[in-house]
Structure formats: C-alpha cells, structure tokens
Ligand binder design. Sequence first.
Ligand SMILES: NC(=O)c1ccc[n+]([C@@H]2O[C@H](COP(=O)([O-])OP(=O)(O)OC[C@H]3O[C@@H](n4cnc5c(N)ncnc54)[C@H](OP(=O)(O)O)[C@@H]3O)[C@@H](O)[C@H]2O)c1
Length: 328
Amino acid sequence: MKKIRWGILGTGRIARAFAEGLKNTSNGYLNAVGSRSEKSAHLFAKEWNIEHFFGSYIELAKSTSIDAVYIATPHTEHNKNAIICLEHGKAVLCEKPFAVNASQVKQMIQKAKEENMLLMEGMWSRFPPLMEKVRNIIANHEIGEIRTIHADFGFRPETKNIEGRLFNPKLAGGSLLDVGIYPVSLSFMLNGKPDSFVTDWTIGETGVDEQASIIFKYLNGSMAVLHSSIQSDTGQEAFISGTEGTIRIHKQCWKPQSMTLSKWKTDETKEIEIPFIGNGFNYEAEHFGELLIEGKKESPIMPLSESLEIIKTLDEIRNKWGLSYPFE
Ligand SMILES: NC(=O)c1ccc[n+]([C@@H]2O[C@H](COP(=O)([O-])OP(=O)(O)OC[C@H]3O[C@@H](n4cnc5c(N)ncnc54)[C@H](OP(=O)(O)O)[C@@H]3O)[C@@H](O)[C@H]2O)c1
C-alpha cells in the first residue's frame, strides 16, 4: 500500500504531538518539516529523525518529498499556510480552529476546490474509536432522541503569557477559538447547526474572552449548554442526555477514552473504555491518509461545510460580545 509522506508546518507544541502520533499510523510517515527558521527546522528534524527540513514554509509547500501537510501554527496563520500548501499541490490537514473567521475558511475551501485537493480541519477529538462508538450508539437510538448536551473545556495555564497565542488578540487569543471550539464542534456533530443561541463572556486584561458560555437551541426543543475557560479548570466532560438514556464522556471529553452509558428502559449502566493506541493524533492522521489514498477531497466525519458552519457560528458569538481581532 502507498504510504503518505507527511510534512509538518511549524515546530511548536502540537507539531511535536502530531509527529509522535504519526508513529502509530499504518499509512503514513513523517518525511519533512518546515519552520520560519532553518535552525528550528534542523533541530526538529534531528529530534524526529526526519529526512527533509526547510527554513521557510514556502519551501515545504513546494517540496516534492511530501504528499500532505499538517498545519501546526497559531490560528491567525492557518489561512495563509493552508493556501500556499494547496496551491503547491499538497493535501492539507489544518489544526483547529480551521482559521480565525468564516471569510478565511471560505477562501481555504475555495482554494481546495480550485486545486482539487483534500482539505480537512484537524478536529482530532472526532476520530478516536470511543467517539465513533458514541456516534454509533446515537445513530442506533440507544439513548433515544438527544434533548440536552452539557460540555465544557476549561483550563488554567501555568503561566499567563500575554504575548503568547492564548491571550494575545493579535494571535486571535481567547478561550472560544482555542478550547470552546471543542464543545461547539461536539454539539454540531451530534445535533447540527443550532437555530438560535444566547451567550455571555468574561473579558480579560488583553481584551479577549477568558471565559465563554453559550446555549444552543434547536427548533425541536433540544439544547446544548457549552462552556470554555482559560481562567480555570472545568470538568472537561460531555454529558449527552436523550429521551431513553445518557452518555457521559469522561474527562477529558476532547480526548475521549472512556464513558458511562445508561439506558433507562433496560435499567442498564455500562462503563466503556477504549484507551488510545498512541497519543490519539494517530486517529485523525490515519483517517486523513485513508481519504488521500482513496482520492477523496473531504472527510465525511469532519466535512468542510460543517467546519464552515462552525466558524460562522463562532463569528456570530464574538459578534454578540463585540469581540473582533485587531486584524479584522
Ligand atoms: N489538537 C489539539 O489538541 C491542539 C492542542 C494545542 C494546540 N492546537 C492548535 O495548534 C495550533 C498551534 O498551537 P501550539 O500550541 O502548537 O502553538 P505553539 O507552541 O506556539 O507553536 C506554534 C508554531 O507556529 C509557528 N509560528 C508561525 N507563526 C507564528 C507566530 N506569529 N507566532 C508564534 N508562532 C508562529 C512556530 O513555528 P516555527 O517557528 O517553526 O515556524 C511555532 O512554533 C493552534 O492553532 C492551536 O489551536 C491544537
């Protein structure tokens, strides 16, 4: 079987996690890295035993030694990084959030269509086997019709670096785009786009949202209560409540490995554990590799139309708060 030759764009924290994840894929391997600096590229290549390294992103995009690029830069860079890779005939797996706003995401999708290339948002929490099981349980109506979702992702960073991507408005900082997107994406995956929502936020010293609460409402009366924070640790659980039972995805629900399934009709409660093989990034990489090998241009698990609807909703949420970034 053909193996996907991966390139990683950026050499930060998540780039390392993805490099580790690739070790547990059957259909791909890491063959190149690109950094803004030759030195970082070289160090990363040495650390991960990668054959090719480049001191600029454009050189990586042009490289004939790769088939796919994983974009691992701050949110603000995703759009331009993804576009140069697509333009140079590379399939692109781009970290979440896909980009900072809907206008940027539309450009990326347009470019992928023009170039006839595979593009996917790296919403890695959708791909572990436990999440596949959640989707199957719901599709088989084992908990009936979903009425309520409670999900949150809050954490307190050890140090508050106001220049770093988490708090810096110039890098599209804030809890919503960084971690709030996980509960939002979960809710979209299970219930689709909400028909209306209400929201409130806590503004921090740098002007970005340090906490966000959102309630999605659907015409059928179903609701999702979602929360994100970069001020405090929260439960990081997801509770999906149906007319005939519940699923509790345990901490960390964005890194799903265990859940409790309760079915009321049969008075049954089951603890289900499906631990990761590898660090979990392997599942999205494997899925992406399969799509690429099959010649597909988008994922049925993380479709482009859904990534676009999610970012549109995040735009609307920020709009309600009055939060726009300096570059918007
Ligand atoms: N899936 C997940 O669980 C998960 C977890 C954390 C983060 N993420 C996502 O991954 C992306 C990167 O996060 P990270 O935590 O890896 O960030 P990070 O540690 O700050 O690394 C980002 C890398 O991007 C490159 N870069 C390009 N332009 C930059 C700029 N203006 N400022 C700083 N770095 C720049 C740098 O690499 P070079 O110097 O080599 O060019 C840097 O090392 C974010 O979009 C985030 O949402 C996902």
